[in-house]
Ligand binder design. Structure first.
Ligand code: PLP
Length: 451
């Protein structure tokens, strides 16, 4: 039965973000069957710790019966309803009110989507639409940051700062510009090079503020390798945006709903963006849902429009997804999940200290809540990476997998060998220790491969 499934998978299933040729040769690495808490079991019966919450989304862990019940109850009552043409449904209304009530500042309305990419495309469209309504229709460009990940649709994919994604099949949204991330010295590079990505201020000056509608960033870059904004950075970016009438979009698709120990990533730095995109954690991955929150000024401007708003998805405001979203937030609040995240951050950091002391290549560990990562470097004191052929992050992630821990490597960028860790937010102290022990064994094995 398992062999048959593997054959069928190879034959008929085109997988996202996978090397197709190697997939056809090797088949799926794992076929998941069930999950409970922080663990998932495959069809062979092997159980793994899900140290990545799958795709940073299964925040309340696997097998949560309350979430399943919320879906079942809503499906049995009204599985689906349109939210087009003046229609609405109770769960979407209640979730809109709830999300707005926990969102920072004056974010005061939400447009529902079915996921993160749709949310970011929607954010770009709403930003451009807002400026049109304000009579400033030259403001069309979206400014994004290198190493960012914003999704796979054409616009979100173009905004993404990881080349493999933004150049896929020539996908391009023409009105996109990119600036260097906070991690790179803006002065490096040849400013006459057409591919030079300057820092944010440079790009605004070069393009002209009157051409830029919005800037998008993740408060902590996830897929790019868990890069944390330095203190003061987000506030400075917000001020720069305000100075230039550029809307600030915070992509909270990973950071939102408790991942960083605060409800939203920007809350760590007390910054209120003009627009915020969410997905993933809003339903803990149990249903496909995303949304774009806009501030009062944008909301009040949009609602004056007296023609059809030509944008929406069949599953915008899906009642079943919204019901699961409401239950997710209820559990986050009722079970004080954020407190657990903050406590487990401390445990994780203790584990990182231990690994830093023990392993000479282990370095640059970081954790904000349970969004965490570490790097492997040839010489951590002199900041020297391993040569490209070594691939230490992938090696360690493979070893962890052998020891039944799922993590994720972020080693697409030359000289950066990062391992990302993002376990479900319900993880406990013993389970953190289990993860650290496995990473310890994996790094020990890696050390032995280096002469
Ligand atoms: N934004 C961020 C920060 C993400 O990490 C992701 C997905 O990983 C997306 C957007 C895209 O979300 P989706 O895959 O649901 O379209």
């Amino acid at each position: 039965k398992i062999e048959k499934l593997i054959e069928l998978d190879k034959k008929h299933y085109l997988h996202p973000t996978t090397v197709p040729k190697s997939f056809i040769e090797n088949g799926p690495k794992i076929i998941f069957h069930e999950g409970q808490g922080i663990r998932v079991t495959d069809i062979k019966g092997d159980t793994y710790i899900d140290g990545a919450s799958m795709l940073w989304n299964v925040n309340l862990g696997h097998g949560n019966k309350e979430l399943a019940q919320a879906a079942y109850d809503q499906m049995s009552t009204l599985a689906y309803s349109s939210s087009f043409y003046g229609y609405s449904n109770e769960k979407a209304v209640r979730l809109a009110e709830k999300v707005v009530s926990i969102a920072p500042g004056d974010l005061s309305a939400i447009f529902f989507t079915s996921g993160g990419s749709e949310s970011n495309d929607t954010a770009f469209k709403l930003a451009r639409f807002y400026w049109d309504l304000k009579g400033r229709s030259t403001k069309k460009k979206i400014l994004s940051i290198s190493r960012s990940y914003h999704g796979a649709t054409v616009s979100a994919g173009t905004a993404t700062g990881i080349d493999a994604f933004h150049s896929f099949a020539g996908s391009r949204d023409a009105d996109m510009v990119r600036a260097k991330s906070h991690l790179t010295n803006c002065e490096l590079g040849d400013k006459n090079d057409p591919n030079y990505e300057g820092c944010i201020r440079d790009v605004i000056e070069k393009e002209g503020a009157e051409t830029i509608a919005a800037l998008i960033l993740e408060p902590i870059q996830g897929a790019g390798g868990v890069h944390v904004s330095p203190d003061g950075y987000l506030k400075a970016v917000k001020a720069l945006c305000e100075e230039n009438d550029i809307l600030m979009i915070s992509d909270e698709v990973i950071c939102g709903f408790g991942r960083t120990g605060k409800m939203f990533g920007v809350d760590n730095w007390d910054v209120v963006p003009d627009i915020m995109s969410v997905a993933k954690g809003i339903t803990s991955g149990y249903a496909q849902l995303g949304g774009v929150l806009v501030n009062k000024e944008i909301r009040d401007t949009i609602v004056q429009y007296d023609q059809i708003l030509g944008h929406g998805f069949t599953y915008s405001g899906h009642p079943t997804a919204c019901s699961v979203g409401l239950k997710t937030i209820e559990i986050l609040e009722r079970d004080n999940i954020l407190d657990n995240v903050n406590n487990m951050e401390k445990e994780l950091k203790k584990g990182f200290d231990y690994l830093t002391d023990k392993h000479r290549y282990f370095t640059k560990s970081r954790a904000v809540g349970l969004l965490a990562g570490f790097e492997l470097q040839q010489d951590r004191d002199l900041d020297v990476p391993f040569s490209e052929s070594v691939k230490p992050a992938s090696f360690v992630v493979d070893q962890c997998f052998k020891h039944k821990l799922i993590l994720r490597a972020a080693d697409f960028e030359k000289g950066k060998d990062i391992v990302a860790i993002a376990p479900p937010l319900i993880i406990n102290k013993e389970e953190i220790s289990e993860m650290i022990n496995i990473i310890d064994a994996a790094v020990t094995k890696f050390n032995k491969t280096i002469k």
